[in-house]
Design a binder for this molecule. Sequence first.
Ligand SMILES: [Zn+2]
Length: 138
Amino acid sequence: MDPESPFPSDHGRCPCGSGDTLGACCGPVLRGDRRAATAQALMRSRYTAFALGDLEHLLRSWHPDTRPERGELAASLADEVRWLRLDILGTRAGGPFDADGTVEFRAISKGPRGRQEQHEISRFVREDGHWLYVDGDL
Ligand SMILES: [Zn+2]
């Protein structure tokens, strides 16, 4: 395992709030052991990657056309932010047989500037069987 990204126990609660353990939810997706089958699953895994500071998964799941520079993303992950909750508000398409989809969510975090609420409709595309995050409307 990469010592730079220590994972919490697979038996703990998944940060994405699915109610599953990390090992039954986002853990295998972050490690690259399993693909996210749906846009929502990828969205959840990305939230978990933000919560755990998993830079590699964020870069890998970001469409190359819109992906930020590694250094820029690493800097944003270095901010002292605690991710408190993810609510999935709605999805459109994004299933195993779709080529694209959207996921509307609300993410609550607490950082240096206090409690933040991010409400976004994210766009995803599926390329070669992999869901990728494209961009989102805040
Ligand atoms: Zn999860």
